[in-house]
Design a protein around this ligand. Structure first.
Ligand SMILES: [Zn+2]
Length: 440
């Protein structure tokens, strides 16, 4: 045990004994109800893009951040549980603005499947997942989990959810009916798909989707590929672009429209990676940080290592076309970021085999940096930016007074190497430390 975790365990055990409250795992550094925790001595990257604070103190009370600043300026309340975070870097917990919860194909109850996947995300420091398309029967359970998380004491990622993605909708009437069904079921937003194929929802119909969603107070995120579809959807009032424009450079007209309408852009690069990368066995399948959840998906790995499957990917026209499209996606991410468009991190993880929940959020960060973003820009996209794009910024995404204490504590500085987001020391949600898996 490290000195830190020993101290945490001792502090937690002491509090539990003193208060004789419910039996919690000893690795939870939970303060007593209403108790205050002060994290001291860390570098804090607050998720706004501001320069990091060194030797900072974060005061947490009732699951929220009460104060944050240089240690010399923050008063630690008497009786607070102090946790020495010297040498650590603290970021807001990561927000995946485009994830899914379809990876668990078992027959156990839907609620258990969703919780299991949200725990995996949390273990990787992804403390919030916006599900852009639930499985056909999953929305009621996802909404219930969303509502329950308002009560605090979470040991899994927060969830916000769209119903299943609206695809190939034929009539305006059907469009409005579907949107009403999801609004009645208390979805957080609407997701729709435009692929550029012959069965696409036509513009008059997607205008009805977006219009009806807005009438019901819901925003719309769209899957797209082509620049012309981005323009059509923007003209119809879409709120979030959930995949990259991948056929050509984003032009001045589309940039102006995205900015004028304050639309968020989610590049979702790892989705495209997953389409072609398993033409061979990628190195990352041996990464200890990847392998920490190997028990959850060993069947997937067997499938991905199958030489026949790999050959099929190598010979797939679609897969090879997506390899090129990813290069265009990288270019457009840089173009749009440079133009000042709000970028959010998203991955499409949890859809198909090989789209790893938790792990791919870290891969996405690395890919965003390779595409030309600075580590700070990528981290903002994964925290404050994602929160703004998903209208969660009232309580999530930054380390500021009044925000939820969802934190990712790292042993390395991701500003010097973005891969240091994988050096997870601990994950906190609602001001409580989770019992995370150790990689080493
Ligand atoms: Zn998706």
């Amino acid at each position: 045990m490290t000195q830190l975790s020993t101290r945490l365990a001792a502090a937690a055990a002491g509090m539990l004994l003193a208060l004789a409250i419910f039996s919690l795992p000893p690795s939870f550094a939970q303060a007593p109800a209403g108790g205050v925790v002060a994290l001291t001595g860390a570098r804090v990257i607050n998720g706004t893009g501001a320069a990091p604070l060194e030797q900072a103190t974060i005061v947490i009370a009732n699951g929220s951040i009460q104060a944050v600043g240089p240690g010399s300026t923050v008063t630690i309340p008497a009786g607070a549980t102090r946790v020495d975070m010297s040498g650590k870097t603290i970021l807001p917990g990561l927000i995946n603005a485009h994830g899914h919860l379809n990876a668990d194909k078992s027959t156990r109850p839907i609620r258990d499947k969703l919780i299991g996947q949200l725990k995996i995300y949390a273990d990787y420091g992804v403390t919030t997942v916006v599900v852009l398309g639930t499985g056909p029967n999953d929305l009621p359970d996802a909404v219930k989990l969303r509502d329950e998380q308002e009560r605090g004491s979470l040991d899994r990622a927060r969830v916000y959810a769209a119903g299943s993605s609206l695809t190939s909708i034929k009539t305006e009437e059907e469009a409005r009916t579907k949107v009403n069904q999801f609004a009645d079921a208390k979805a957080d937003l609407i997701k729709m798909h435009i692929t550029g194929g012959p069965n696409d929802t036509q513009p008059a119909v997607y205008r009805a989707i977006i219009d009806q969603a807005h009438k019901r107070g819901l925003r719309v995120a769209a899957h797209l590929f082509y620049l012309r579809d981005a323009k059509g959807l923007l003209d119809a009032g879409v709120d979030v672009i959930a995949h990259s424009i991948r056929d050509q450079d984003a032009d001045a007209a589309v940039i102006a429209e995205i900015k004028r309408r304050n639309v968020g852009y989610i590049a979702t690069l790892t989705r495209d990676l997953a389409v072609f990368v398993y033409e061979t066995t990628p190195e990352f399948l041996k990464d200890p940080f990847f392998l920490r959840h190997v028990d959850s998906y060993s069947g997937d790995i067997t499938q991905l290592n199958d030489p026949a499957r790999q050959e099929k990917v190598r010979n797939s026209k679609e897969a090879q076309a997506i390899k090129q499209a990813l290069q265009q996606a990288n270019r457009n991410l840089k173009i749009l970021s440079d133009a000042g468009v709000e970028i959010a991190l998203g991955t499409d993880s949890g859809t198909n085999v090989g789209q790893w929940q938790g792990y791919f959020e870290h891969t996405e960060l690395e890919m965003m940096v390779k595409a030309g973003l600075t580590p700070m820009q990528a981290l903002v996209a994964a925290t404050g930016g994602a929160a703004r794009v998903m209208k969660l910024d009232g309580k999530l995404g930054t380390i500021q007074a009044g925000k939820k204490a969802d934190l990712l504590v790292l042993n390395g500085n991701p500003l010097s190497d973005i891969r240091n987001t994988r050096q997870i020391s601990s994950v906190w949600i609602d001001g409580r430390q989770l019992a995370t898996t150790k990689t080493n």
